[in-house]
Design a binder for this molecule. Structure first.
Ligand code: ATP
Ligand code: MG
Length: 234
């Protein structure tokens, strides 16, 4: 993926770690990368010198053809793979070094959810919630119920996940990312399998989703959404 211009206020604005740069006010950026590069085995660069600055309080998407490095970028940002070169900061913290501190503040859905097929949709969400050390078990049922309502799965909540359609599985993954309010939402191909109604007014781009997860970062599908950066409603 070629280096992209900084999308935030003041395109091309230096990143905080750049020598001689005027630092951005603390906490301004949800995501910053500088020269972020990943070469897989064989040496070909999937991501090549990516400079990115995503302001907090924005919705940001990036587009590109299949194989251009979008998911690889997200994996590096989430600390799932190590960059070959360059730096990444998420919510002001270096990744992957600060993953344990940062990831509980981030909701993510990367290339479809990892579900237990033998569990119901509701039990899958209970499991995701139980794995979150910051989630109060006493309020789990209310959180799970709200998330199911939000994605329109309340009526199918008792059905085994293996019997869900593609779009229903995707909705369940989005519900998992939204169980608790997050400072950052990272959604890779969030509209995979969703019907046009789910993608529209009530979908992951809607104001109500943005209110739930305050600043968001959301790479859309490679072909259908235009890239945008817009202020969040406060
Ligand atoms: N684990 C891996 N090992 C080796 N090469 C990989 C690996 N994962 C991805 N790649 C390669 O890196 C490049 C970028 O892949 P990536 O999945 O980041 O693309 P993408 O932009 O997300 O594509 P898509 O739109 O199809 O989701 C591709 O050439 C791919 O073959
Ligand atoms: Mg991808």
């Amino acid at each position: 993926m070629p280096a992209a211009p900084a999308p935030g206020p003041g395109p091309g604005r230096p990143l905080v770690d750049e020598p001689g740069a005027t630092p951005a006010p603390a906490g301004e950026w949800a995501i910053e990368t500088q020269g972020l590069t990943k070469a897989y085995r064989g040496g070909r660069r999937a991501v090549d010198g990516l400079d990115l600055a995503v302001p907090r309080g924005s919705v940001f998407g990036f587009l590109g053809p299949n194989g251009c490095g979008k998911t690889t970028t997200i994996r590096m940002l989430m600390g799932l793979i190590e960059p070959t070169a360059g730096r990444a900061r998420v919510l002001g913290q270096p990744m992957p070094a600060a993953g344990r501190r940062v990831l509980p503040r981030v909701g993510a859905l990367i290339e479809g959810p990892a579900l237990y097929g033998f569990l119901s949709g509701r039990d899958n969400l209970r499991r995701f919630d139980a794995a979150d050390p910051a989630a109060d078990p006493r309020t789990r049922e209310a959180r799970v119920g709200r998330a199911l309502e939000r994605v329109g799965l309340a009526a199918a909540a008792g059905k085994k996940a293996r019997a869900y359609s593609l779009g229903m599985k995707q909705r369940l993954g989005l519900a998992a990312a939204l169980l608790r309010p997050r400072e950052l939402l990272v959604l890779d191909e969030p509209t995979n399998g969703l019907d046009p109604r789910a993608c529209g007014r009530s979908g992951p781009w809607s104001a109500s989703w943005r209110r739930t997860a305050r600043p968001s970062f959301s790479p859309p599908t490679s072909s259908t959404k235009s890239s945008r950066s817009a202020p969040m409603p406060r």
